[in-house]
Design a protein. Sequence first.
Length: 423
Amino acid sequence: MLALAAALVVVPVTGTAAGATAADVTAAGATATGAPARGDGTVTVRVVEEVDADGLYDRPAEKGMPGVRVTLTDDHGTVLTRTTDADGAASFRPVGSPLRGGRYRVQAHNPDLASLHPALAGHGDGPDVIRSPIGFVDVSDARDSTYTTGFWAPGGQRREHPEPGPEGRRGAPVQIGDRVWFDTDGDGVQDPSEPPVPGVRVTFAPTSSGPSLTTTTDADGEYYVGTAQGLRPDTTYRVSFDHRGVDPGGLPGRPGAADLTWTAREAGSHRLIDSDVDASGGSTVYVGDPGYVNHTVDAGLTKALRLTLAKADAKTRRPLAGAVLGLWEDTNGTPGLQRHSPGGDRLVGDCATSSTGRCSFGSLPAGTYYLVETGVPEGYVLPSEPVTGPYALTPKNASRGTGLLVRLDAEREKPCGGGKKCA
């Protein structure tokens, strides 16, 4: 096999994609008779073999690659599939198909996982700049779109490293990337219609010795750090995302800067379109051997959510001060709260109700939570089951005002004979 790379290029054309049949379409939650996209432009994909790992599609040296599967996905999970032709081209015309929305996810599927890596992404704009094998296009309002990505085989017949095998790989570059986006629905998954977030500062700090490397997400929310920027192979880095420089005014709902938080980590089943950072915006990444490329280190921002507890006397409805509760986040996906087992759920924090009978937990990502009552006002008793929940927090139910309001009642101590308290 030639040690080459496959690169995906979307070039604007007009007309309906040739060879499209009903068999090309699969739908999740949609049917072939669903409302088609209207006014969408054309997405044409060309897959080429990238040979010099320079982040650019160099013509005529780099040729089209036939037989590569390419998919276009909408917000509803509907998928349109094409296979590149003899010239490495595949065209999509969403109008007349079940696709809806005008904004779609493009993916070029690696035809040889054992040998090919994603090609190194280039910097800048234009149809010849290579980007990640999975990306996003906007063809609403009859706009055509251009998108470029690729694969390559480090250590083979590359111009600057013609020796095959380990000798050819020794000087091969490495690269880490991909995207920061605004998770509008807070589910931790990159939906095609969810916008990118430019201006996020991304820092790579080696866990051993060496300087830190810093870049900033571009207009498409993308970032790439590689050999040219000082990234080293066989090295572990702590990657930190800092959104303090972001202007949130253009984001859906116009959240304030203080309202932004990182979305749920590793949500869903598709590791290429999830968020990889923890609540502090950090992730640990290992850069492998020369030639290693990883375009899956994504980070999702979302509007911070809030949960408010209201504690009252069960009979009089009078607000009660002094109730103490802990909030736990379901972090392992196992039904029910696990507080003490290895790999259990995470304690977010504690709060005590004020004279209004309320206390709140803020800056929460979307997810599932439990409350645990640990203290009660004098004259009241802890419930026999102190755990309540699960409570599902979403941008829809917990992003405004007090957020999700949970009302809990408190029972008084029952006196024993003679009006005395029971021991």
